[in-house]
Design a protein around this ligand. Sequence first.
Ligand SMILES: Nc1ncnc2c1ncn2[C@@H]1O[C@H](COP(=O)(O)OP(=O)(O)O)[C@@H](O)[C@H]1O
Ligand SMILES: [Mg+2]
Length: 355
Amino acid sequence: MKKRVAIVCGGRSSEHEISCISAGGVLAAIDRTLYEPVLIGITKSGSWVLIPDSHSMQIQGGSLPVVPENAPAVVADVAGFSSAGKALNIDIVFPLLHGPYGEDGTIQGLLEIADTPYVGSGVLASAVAMDKSFAKPIFASHGIATAPGIVVKKSEWDVNKAGVTKEVEALGLPVFVKPARGGSSRGTTKVKSIDALAAAVSEAHRFDPKAMIEKAIIGAEIECAVLEIDGVVKASVVGKIHIDSKFEFYDFEAKYLDGATSIELPAPIDLQTTSRIQESAVKAFQALGCSGLARVDFFVTPANEVIINELNTMPGFTATSVFPKMWAASGVSYPDVITHLLKSAERRTNGVLGN
Ligand SMILES: Nc1ncnc2c1ncn2[C@@H]1O[C@H](COP(=O)(O)OP(=O)(O)O)[C@@H](O)[C@H]1O
Ligand SMILES: [Mg+2]
């Protein structure tokens, strides 16, 4: 019997449309000899709906897909998913959601309570990876280097700007100021002079009352994809991000404007450094207790120091996203990546008493 897979996409985060494109990709590539997909959308206002087959999840005429507001409602509760009073009989859920309420452990908690297997990391790993102020000290305690920096809550900044400014001067400029639970580089600013600090902190606090201020690392941005294959955690070929020189860093526009960035696979780095990156990626995955998949992002300095930047538990997952590209370059096709993820979900090592 084919397993019924609910692909859950959209959501309340700013990455709603990217999630829909990822869902369109999975829908087109999932092995239909093994799985029967059911598309469930979360609208921008937070309602759950059953997306009809006729609704396009691809980019059409330059406009991005969204979850329709007027589709039949889905009820998700302790009994699982239903629509119009009928159980949807879902065997596995693929939560293809990015950012808050999707990648941060909240939907994972709902699925745990409903006792439904799901793709990816569990509650704790998802939540920790989402909050860089918690992930960084865990990486550091496992011997993975991180950028020196401080955490600045809005409540602290409001009463102690002078003290925080002194700490930033001690770190040394330039620094990056960013939301602790951000994504897509939103709210992130490179600060080159102390006069620009206050505006950057306010900008980060618009997205999250907790900001991170980090010493700017000079180096290449190198990414490595991690995938659990038959219970074994594997690292992909590593890739180097190339950003058009008109961008100061890998900001929102660089990420999403057509042609602004590309990934070089494999990255032009020596074998020894490549292995250190792959080992660090697996170590970071295990340090946070991740399951299924992750994209681990690093800086590699001119002296070949490997510094972790962040770990994403639900990276962009369209057919042309970095994560599937890194696996394709490692000999695992997009449909096979999806099958490995669904098989790992069935092992249920991401459960509350799992990894
Ligand atoms: N400490 C840092 N040193 C150098 N560049 C940084 C640093 N922190 C962030 N950046 C730049 O900002 C981008 C976005 O920051 P990141 O921490 O990856 O947040 P997001 O979760 O939004 O992707 C990075 O890809 C990088 O270009
Ligand atoms: Mg990033």
